[in-house]
Design a protein around this ligand. Structure first.
Ligand SMILES: [Fe+2]
Length: 258
């Protein structure tokens, strides 16, 4: 017997339904976050994990609205969607990591947003890519540059926002956890056993699955450490504010210790 559902619960519109999440919070000027969750149906019915959507606003006008870019999109409930629309117009959806994307097609369909994605995203085939992300590409966000991991066996990128001392936005490669918020008890036990410590970490499962046999991802992280950033937020966990670079140095040293 297998009582694990074959996929996420669907809403009446045919897209994955909203899952429990918190309110939209402002981290910096025109940088917002929603702490959400996702049921890991492939792991079993008792496994849900936190995930974050980062919302960047550009071109805010006198009424406080502007063009919104959603990173690691997370579908919101009706009240959350209303709050999102009060921030501005959803113009862009951007996928930084190949393991995220369950709700990207919903947002593109709902708002007619343009979709930015690496080539050959292996997990979520939809929506169709409008803009391919690669090193040196333009981005829909001011003061932003793209960092491309070259060594993992699935696409992974990060974004550096050159404001407020530098904000690094990652998907699964680098994560900062302050608590196991929005994680089910079974998930918390699994995370503790897998090395999801409550600090900045190289994503343990991501590293394990995406490192080529006999290889290492360390050169990519050495390049990442050459970036100038004080803050970091990923697709999971919490904001590392102020000390992110030092925490990343420690995470890389631990992940690649010999
Ligand atoms: Fe993830």
């Amino acid at each position: 017997m297998n009582d694990v559902p074959a996929g996420p619960e669907l809403a009446a519109d045919g897209f994955a339904a909203a899952q429990p999440h918190g309110p939209i919070e402002e981290l910096f000027d025109d940088v917002f976050i929603v702490h959400g969750s996702i049921s890991l149906f492939s792991a079993g019915p008792d496994y849900s994990l936190n995930r974050n959507m980062v919302i960047l606003r550009d071109g805010a006008t006198g009424n406080g609205t502007g063009a919104l870019t959603l990173i690691h999109s997370v579908r919101l409930d009706a009240a959350g969607e209303k709050a999102l629309e009060a921030l501005g117009d959803v113009k862009h959806v951007l996928r930084l990591g190949a393991m995220h994307g369950q709700d990207d097609a919903y947002y593109v369909n709902r708002y007619g947003a343009e979709f930015w994605c690496h080539a050959n995203s292996p997990v979520y085939a939809e929506p169709a890519t409008d803009h391919v992300l690669n090193a040196g590409c333009s981005l829909p966000v001011a003061d932003a540059t793209l960092f491309v991991f070259e060594l993992p066996m699935a696409p992974e990128t990060a974004m550096l926002l050159k404001r407020d001392g530098g904000l690094l936005i990652t998907a699964d490669s680098l994560q900062h956890h302050a608590a196991y918020t929005n994680c089910s008890p079974a998930m918390i036990e699994r995370m503790k056993g897998a090395g999801f410590d409550l600090t900045t970490i190289v994503g343990p499962i991501w590293q394990q699955r995406l490192t080529p046999e006999g290889g290492t991802l360390k050169p990519d992280f050495d390049r990442l450490l050459a970036l100038d950033f004080k803050h970091h937020i990923s697709a999971h966990g919490a904001l590392a504010r102020g000390t992110a670079h030092a925490l990343t140095e420690a995470a890389v040293a631990k992940a690649f210790q010999e």
